[in-house]
Design a binder for this molecule. Sequence first.
Ligand code: SAM
Length: 229
Amino acid sequence: SDSHFPVPVSPDEFDLSQHYPRYFPADKGGGEEEESRSPPPRIRFADVGCGFGGLLVGLSPLFPDTLMIGMELRDKVTEYVKERILALRTSNPGQYDNISVVRTNSMKYIPNYFRKAQLTKMFFLFPDPHFKEKNHRRRVISMQLLDEYAYVMEVGGIIYTITDVEELGEWMRSCLEKHPLFEAVSDEEIKADPVVKLLSTATEESQKVARNGGQTFHAIFRRISLPEE
Ligand code: SAM
């Protein structure tokens, strides 16, 4: 249950130095003047329900200066991703320092981790389908959760979703279409976006679907502003 993992009470309490030590070197004391220091980097990408972490590993070299985090509910899977990242850092010095993972329930705690307008990309790749009508409230995309995602996303930020379950694909698209703070990204932009290829190739689930020759359905939307914002 949730009591088995710590949740920061607010984004200010989320200790990034444990996750990205190269970006948060221990303060040696003295030396640099306070004002000459650049502000500490923030997490910009979140992979929600990251599973075994294939997307983070694929994204890391594409955006080497962007901090990214995977959020995963299963303890053992989270531990696996941690080990995977540490092993990659060891065998590739200077690389993979920008990715990390946290065990959490993303449906409950997104605002504990991220501030308003902090994220520039959010990923929902092959989320659990929860077929039955009464279980739709467990889906990681819903009108209520889109309100939260809109809050933590920067205007112009992009939300990427993909699934092999047609009904879920339609559901995610229709929620995004109905939501006033998101608009569909054009086909041209989708084609030109290097991230899009990773959606159907980088994660463990996407590779399973590809091996089985399954179809996939994506919905890619931009966070927009309302006139009064
Ligand atoms: N995105 C990965 C991929 O494409 O390989 C994993 C897909 S897997 C079908 C869905 C993942 O979401 C599982 O690892 C599951 O534990 C995780 N998950 C489900 N509900 C979650 C929640 N509320 N918070 C965080 N992770 C969740």
